[in-house]
Design a protein. Sequence first.
Length: 256
Amino acid sequence: MLRPARALVAALSLSLLVLAPATASATGTTTEPAQPTEPTGDPMAGAPAVGTCYQLTYDELMAVSTPAEPVDCGARHTAQVLDVRTFPEGLDWDSSSKRLDRTAVKACQASFSGVVKDDPLLRARTVVQFAYFYPDVAEQEAGARWFRCDITLRAGEKMLPLPEELSRVHRAGRITDALGRCLTKRYAYTSCAKPHRYEHSGALRVTDVRGRTAQQQLSEAAARGCPRRTRGRDWLWSAAPGPKKRTYVVVCYQRR
């Protein structure tokens, strides 16, 4: 899961007023309650439409906002907008980056589940990842409060082209070559649609992985679990942190 760092930007602060009952004055009259301040500007200023495609580089992918211009989805592209949402009341650009990121990640995870089922073992066998972006400084100053969720294909720091149409992956048998995670002869990640020597063949969850013994624990788990998930004796494994603390997902690869 990509979590681009959020830069500190100067933005319009949205203030929320709480109305209190009118109180009597010394002369017996009442004061009118203050009226709530409405956010100014357009909360969707500069927001892209869902389905918009981009040709992003790895550096652009890791940025907080991207200056990249949209491209034709029929041409080569490496990112596509899955969803665009606005932050709820109580959050603005003066809120902590942790709160903003937590809100964006939760929403984008839900949108991402429409493409790849919310299953860590399944997702680890693909090169599909999501990213999220915020408006740039000018858009924030114009009142923007949106964030966007993009889907990408990434092998290490290499961006891979997205297919023109994305089909939902809800089980391993539905992972297409374009979306599947494979390994080259030099053991680098790539899409299974590209030249490769090893292909994903299974995954397992390893729990209670701790500190200095992590590598040994994962290697032993792979030795126990990968032989029955691969054919032949020539197999490899990789591991990545799972969604829960001290949990990893091991992916097994078999020789083509």
